[in-house]
Design a protein around this ligand. Structure first.
Ligand code: S3P
Length: 445
């Protein structure tokens, strides 16, 4: 939805020990992909554990607009009756992807090689974000894009009637760009090749294979070479969506910094393209045990037992950034409670997320009494083991900024308010209830 209701301020106060079990919702990245690939398969895909956040609901609506039948049967239980690769119908309405960069970029890729026209828009945050990173490679297939200045939404895409396969080196680490090109390659004849210098989350590759596409990944001199054979008949699947490690990060980090806490977070994905935060937290001295390691829904998962810990600052290697790109806001909160400096370099992609996350975190942390340094590509937090708090932080329509500052408030000396908690519903609608259930003191207002 591009409409955004009134701002909903929320306040978190210093909380007693967090205790109990944190049931994290389904993975956002995998949920988008399950709906899109389900819509491109021939027949009925069944999905369990789908994230029912607004971002994913907007992608479900988009798939209906392109002709798939998408039905909710119960909490997290959905079916998608797909129309097959090349079977999309032309949508009668503007496709509104709300707050979701993943939704809009992947759907653009999926329709780009069909002979139809679609217009895309989103909320005030999404309308500021760059779409050229997707429409540039899609142009190589023959897709035309007409958007606002700077490649911004609203934007109309005219799909290629006679697409040609492409070979494309992704210029920035971006799973969304990689995935958009692969999805476009599905309806192009021959082999589409995507080269990534730095490996990013691989859910599209895993799921494309699961749906029966021919896809290979090999190491090459410039990085990882992904080759997709076009025009497969995708077979419908049963997809069990694992829990989202990016959402799990919030209760995990809260438990680390709220004194006396001990929580269990079951079934969190340990996909190595997503687990950079957990590697970093262990380096900082976090007491996290990975229990009952197993495979669920094609992803490695574990139950995480997390206890409050004395943490020290670390230097995060820049090459780890793609595997924890969404976790820097909450890491910067944890870093503020650590002793010593945490250095986060190579993070300029954070500037083009739902908000400029370096700026949003720096301003809010400073207002809460945290010392830091920043430049275009770097954030350094000087941890003092304690945070004064006592400020109102701006969230800029960004769910992860809102959740990060609320977690900060649970361990800070004075309460922390966020100006608008409503964006949390895009990825983690149950956040407030779940945290309150663990004992966190947070409330509207
Ligand atoms: C995502 C990729 C990342 C990430 C986003 C989800 C995906 O974005 O930040 O939350 O599902 O492919 P970029 O591709 O812009 O790095």
């Amino acid at each position: 939805m591009s409409g955004h209701g009134p701002a909903q301020p929320m306040t978190a106060r210093r909380s007693g020990p967090l205790k109990g079990r944190a049931e994290i919702p389904g993975d956002k990245s995998i949920s988008h992909r399950a709906l899109i690939l389900g819509a491109m398969a021939v027949g009925e895909t069944q999905i369990t554990g789908l994230l029912e956040g607004q971002d994913v609901l907007d992608t479900a609506k988009a798939m209906r607009a392109f002709g798939a039948e998408v039905i909710q049967h119960g909490p997290g239980a959905w079916s998608v009756h797909g129309v097959g690769v090349g079977g999309f119908a032309e949508p009668a309405e503007v496709i509104d992807c709300g707050n979701s960069g993943t939704g809009v970029r992947l759907v653009m890729g999926a329709m780009a090689t069909s002979p139809l026209t679609a217009t895309f828009t989103g909320d005030a945050s999404l309308r500021k974000r760059p779409m050229g990173r997707v429409t540039d490679p899609l142009a190589l297939f023959g897709t035309r894009a007409y958007g606002r200045k700077g490649g911004r939404l609203p934007m109309t895409l005219v799909g290629a009637a006679d697409p040609v396969p492409v070979r494309y080196t992704v210029p920035m680490p971006s799973a969304q760009v990689k995935s958009a090109v692969l999805l476009a390659g599905l309806n192009a004849p021959g082999q589409t090749v995507v080269i990534e210098r730095e490996a990013t989350r691989d859910h599209s590759e895993r799921m494309l294979r699961g749906f029966g596409a021919e896809l290979t990944v090999e190491a090459g001199p410039e990085g990882q070479i992904i080759t997709l054979t076009g025009q497969p008949e995708l077979r419908p699947q049963t997809v069990a969506v694992p829990r989202d490690p990016s959402s799990a990060a919030f209760p995990v980090c809260a438990a680390l910094i709220v004194e006396g806490s001990e929580i269990l977070v079951p079934g969190v994905s340990r996909n190595p393209t997503r687990d950079g935060l957990y590697v970093t937290l262990l380096e900082m001295g976090a007491d996290i045990a990975f229990e009952n390691e197993r495979e669920e829904g094609g992803e490695p998962v574990a139950d995480l037992r997390v206890r409050a810990s004395a943490l020290t600052g670390v230097e995060v290697p820049p090459e780890r950034a793609p595997s924890m790109i969404d976790e820097y806001p909450i890491l910067s909160v944890v870093a503020a409670f650590a002793e010593g400096s945490t250095v986060m370099r190579g993070v300029k992609e954070l500037r083009v997320k739902e908000s400029d996350r370096i700026d949003a975190m720096a301003r809010g942390l400073e207002a809460c009494g945290v010392r830091l340094e920043e430049d275009e590509d770097t954030l350094i937090v000087h941890g003092m083991g304690r945070v004064p708090g006592g400020a109102t932080c701006a969230t800029h329509l960004d769910h992860r900024i809102a959740m990060s500052f609320l977690v900060l408030g649970m361990a800070a000396e004075a309460p922390v308010t966020v100006d608008d908690g409503s964006p949390i519903a895009t990825s983690f609608p149950a956040f407030t209830d779940l945290m309150a259930g663990l004992g966190a003191d947070l409330a509207a207002g």
